[in-house]
Design a protein around this ligand. Sequence first.
Ligand SMILES: [Zn+2]
Length: 309
Amino acid sequence: MKNKYIIGIDLGGTNLKIALFDSRLSFKQKKFFSTAEFSQPQSLIEGIVRAVFEIIKENKLKKSDILGVGVGLPGPVDVSRGVAHFFPNIPGWIDVPVEKILRKKTGLEVFVDNDANLMCLAEFKLGSAKGAKNAVCLTLGTGVGGGLIIDSKLYRGSSYAAGEIGHMPINLKGRPCNCGGTACLESYIGNRRIACLVKKVFKKDIPLDELSRMAARNNPKAVRIWEDVGEKLGVALVSVVNLLNPDRIVIGGGVANAGRILFSRIEEVIITRAMVVQAAKVKVFKAKLGNDAGMLGGALLVKENSKGS
Ligand SMILES: [Zn+2]
């Protein structure tokens, strides 16, 4: 590839993140926007297009310097057609042909995939899942996303929608989820749900990073909340571990910053409740690439798929 630049985009329930990379995937520039600025799919797409042109212009580049744009989307994506089916945490998106629209509006090669798949791809190539044969990656934030590496390759499933760990039910009955399901893991440990729980327990709003600091100082109520999150996540992961027998689980996203208390509880639940053979093999790691994983995954998607590479 002739030293071309790549644009990686990570669209989340809260932020739109965009980055320019050089051909060796070093960051040249990063920009963040609030997703709440864009109320409709139309305006969000216009926002993405504007951001792409801005980042090209600000770096004094031409369109021909760009190999392609890789976009992570927060919901199931048909990667064969570049269509976003729906986003559980951003209303109004039903079967939007994002890839085609963005190609037309930017005149660039564009590739789209699920955001958790791209996080998983990035952690597998460059982060905590590097060298794993079978890995499960999770992102804990507004939503709970998951991606799977099986036999050293990203596994997408029959409709490209595999890995939706956040939408595995962990109870027979429970609260309805944005996906249409009931008692999904996400509806127990998504950060909006944790925030509600915090308000109930402490009678006020406390940011989750502060809740983590309180837990680190042994505030018993804060510790109890993170242990509860770890327990529920651990139970879901017991099913995943028994089903897929992975060698690594990688956990990222804002909620993963809760640290040792959360990870110890997850490991404890897996060790005590998963089957012996699978539990003995698997190791749980914090994601290495943090907030950058989605954008890096977008750039990796371009590298893997672009005709120009
Ligand atoms: Zn769900």
